[in-house]
Design a protein around this ligand. Structure first.
Ligand SMILES: Cc1cc2nc3c(=O)[nH]c(=O)nc-3n(C[C@H](O)[C@H](O)[C@H](O)COP(=O)(O)OP(=O)(O)OC[C@H]3O[C@@H](n4cnc5c(N)ncnc54)[C@H](O)[C@@H]3O)c2cc1C
Length: 214
């Protein structure tokens, strides 16, 4: 890909967007809105050979001061959507945890209250197997849909075939997590709301909340 690529942001200042308000420059960050953008970017061997960094909401990533010079990826567009199906939710990797949790409340879906307090994205959650209050993302997942850079192809793997551990989820090299397929269990909205509020209360008591340093 060349400098004229409309999806390319050069010299992306990660410090401006990371939770810690710190970190180096990502020299080339590609904004990926859909699967066509992905295929186009990884159509040539040149892109495949470079090192890869996918960023989610930068709540668990700090870029070195000297910066990152490979291919940076930021999912947007199609990957910010949640599709509610009869027996599952298809959640884009760029959806923020807090947003999914509120969406579930609005649709009387329980089990996602814990995400209300985590400042990450679904892609980051699946990568990290994020969790709190005795719950982990793996318990909610049916499958992970991902892009394999070397093969320029999309795959789906069911959770039973994946080995998620404590804070270690889907970490297959040269892949980009695109969607998670999640379970649906309906519950009473007031129960869900109470749990979200309780988790928020506990979090506020035990951890510092996001504040500007200066
Ligand atoms: C105040 C605070 C509280 C937190 N509380 C918790 C908690 O209770 N429980 C918990 O588990 N974590 C917690 N975290 C850590 C963090 O929020 C989680 O790890 C979260 O899952 C990271 O998501 P992110 O989108 O910010 O990921 P990022 O920090 O952007 O990325 C994390 C890793 O995931 C990879 N990644 C991100 N998206 C993709 C993708 N689409 N495809 C492939 N790889 C990808 C990145 O390359 C990187 O290696 C907390 C962090 C903060 C700052």
């Amino acid at each position: 890909m060349t400098q004229e690529n409309k999806n390319l942001v050069t010299n992306y200042p990660s410090a401006k967007y990371s939770w810690l308000k710190s970190g180096g420059i990502i020299s080339n960050l590609y904004k990926i809105y859909n699967q066509i953008d992905l295929s186009n970017l990884f159509n040539d061997n040149d892109s495949k050979a470079k090192s890869l960094l996918v960023i989610g909401n930068l709540s668990n990533t700090l870029i070195k001061d000297e910066g990152f010079k490979g291919i940076g990826i930021k999912l947007l567009g199609d990957f910010t959507n949640i599709q509610l199906k009869s027996d599952h939710m298809l959640v884009g990797a760029a959806v923020l945890d807090n947003y999914l949790s509120k969406f579930c409340y609005q649709n009387a879906i329980s089990g996602y209250e814990f995400l209300y307090t985590i400042p990450g994205s679904i892609g980051g959650n699946i990568f990290m197997n994020a969790g709190c209050y005795n719950q982990e993302i793996k318990d909610k997942l049916i499958s992970v849909i991902y892009f394999d850079i070397n093969e320029n192809k999309i795959y789906e793997k069911t959770i039973s075939k994946l080995k998620f551990e404590y804070r270690k989820g889907f970490q297959k090299k040269n892949t980009i997590i695109l969607y998670g397929k999640f379970k649906i269990i309906h519950s009473d909205q007031s129960y869900i709301k109470d749990l979200m509020q309780e988790y928020e209360r506990v979090r506020n008591q035990s951890q510092p909340q996001k504040k500007a340093f200066f």
